[in-house]
Design a protein around this ligand. Structure first.
Ligand code: HAM
Length: 420
């Protein structure tokens, strides 16, 4: 019987893989430019890491984690996100000893057992960014500016940055009490999950997808009305620094994010064309998390971009180019020349393809078009006789003849615009 991939887990096939690489390469370029270094953390972690950081009563921990016992009887989890692992690594390797300030990025797969639908998968990929050791609101504005800059660079046209402040434990406590009272007044209208979670984590009612609960929560008190003076000042400063950087935003006072570790600034980038799963990126500040996971009192802030969702909203023309050159050769001698010329050109970083099987010129031209080659070099019998090959520029629709001995140099010059 045929074996298929697991539901919610996808193969990423060519040419789509080229789009993935383009997104990853642009992210690396931009992030390294802003002083971030790559960090690679394991895909498996102890289950406890996520329940302690993301929160016991969250959807992720309660319903979505791939947790199992390994052969040694340890409870381990396929990471549902990267922040917890990066914080763990930061603490475990005491990366704060000389200077608490550190900027990391990481790209890779995450796993959540959600119901798959457009923009929601069980294995998905994130570009994840974390900054440690900076309390100043300029960093909040900078990380948000970086997400928006990255998204526009890769070709996202219409997306909106939504921001909110979730306060700190000091202002969150009276807010939670207030919210609990409100929810209690509507207890009989709430779903079982919301009722159960209410005592320990009333904020999670905001994530509930049940229509009846959503209608009630739309009337609930909002955290921004309870901010202490420090959190209110921080939020005002973040907004003003966003304006300094000319980053537009909307304040969404009902956005609370689905993970417990956030404090103060929280944000989401929502995009058109994603349907219900409309956040292409999301993040926020987590000033207590390092300490809660056993490290010193060091603030943090970060975000993650969902790569599958990003690809869903990217316009097609942002496909990176195919090979620079396709060599279409007819006959045994020309084919052999094409074979060695292609190897030489590829080593000179001119992306070159050939047809290995000596099919008709028409079939070879079709293949060149399929791969989107910018130039096609034709070496047929006529060319063999005249000692000159034809180089056709597929974009400009022009062609010229090039003598065999200078083929390599001339192609490198035209395609790369330089010497070999
Ligand atoms: P999150 O909101 O859970 O935050 O996920 C961030 C992004 O990952 C979402 O906005 C979405 O684009 C993508 N994503 C999440 N779940 C799925 C899914 N099932 N299928 C496809 N894409 C998905 C976090 O993960 C935090 N760790 C972000 C963060 C970093 N906060 C601070 N630092």
């Amino acid at each position: 019987m045929e074996i298929k991939a697991i539901r919610g887990f996808s193969d990423i096939l060519p040419p789509e893989t080229r789009r993935w690489r383009m997104l990853e390469e642009r992210a690396r370029e931009i992030l390294e430019g802003f002083g971030f270094s790559e960090i690679r953390v394991p895909i498996l972690e102890k289950a406890e890491l996520f329940s302690r950081s993301i929160g016991e009563e969250t959807d992720i921990v309660e319903k979505e984690m791939y947790t199992f016992e390994d052969r040694s009887g340890d409870r381990i989890t396929l990471r549902p996100e990267a922040t917890a692992s990066i914080v763990r690594a930061y603490i475990e390797h005491k990366m704060y000893t000389t200077d608490p300030m550190a900027k990391f990025y990481s790209i890779g797969p995450m796993f959540r057992h959600e119901r798959p639908q457009k923009g929601r998968y069980r294995q998905f990929h994130q570009i994840n960014v974390e900054v440690f050791g900076i309390s100043h609101p300029t960093i909040d504005a900078e990380v948000m500016a970086i997400v928006m800059y990255y998204l526009s660079t890769v070709g996202v046209k219409r997306c909106v940055l939504q921001i909110n402040s979730l306060g700190c434990p000091r202002c969150r406590h009276p807010y939670k009490e207030n919210l609990k009272t409100f929810l209690n007044d509507h207890l009989h209208q709430l779903c079982r999950d919301c009722r159960r979670r209410m005592e320990r984590n009333a904020l999670r009612a905001f994530d509930c997808k049940v229509q009846g609960c959503q209608e009630i929560i739309a009337e609930a008190p909002i955290v921004s009305d309870f901010l202490c003076s420090e959190c209110a000042e921080h939020f005002a400063a973040v907004r003003s620094y966003l304006e300094t950087l000319e980053v537009s935003y909307e304040v969404n006072p009902r956005m609370v994010r689905g993970l417990d570790y956030y404090t103060k600034t929280a944000f989401e980038v929502v995009a058109e064309g994603l349907g219900a799963q409309n956040a292409v990126a999301a993040g926020g500040r987590y000033d207590c998390l390092v300490e809660e996971l056993g490290g010193p009192n060091i603030p943090g802030i970060g975000f993650a971009i969902g790569m599958e969702r990003l690809l869903l909203i990217l316009p097609e023309e942002h496909l990176p180019p195919g090979p620079s050159l396709f060599i279409a050769a007819l006959g045994e001698g020309p084919q052999k020349d094409a074979f060695s010329l292609s190897y030489k050109l590829n080593r000179a970083r001119v992306r070159t393809m050939i047809d290995y099987e000596g099919r008709s010129l028409k079939a070879q031209m079709r293949r060149a078009a399929k791969f989107g080659a910018r130039y096609v070099l034709i070496i047929g019998e006529d060319e063999q006789r005249s000692g000159r090959a034809i180089l056709r520029d597929m974009e400009e629709g022009k062609q010229e003849q090039i003598p065999f001995p200078s083929l390599f140099e001339e192609i490198v010059r035209r395609v790369k615009g330089g010497s070999p």
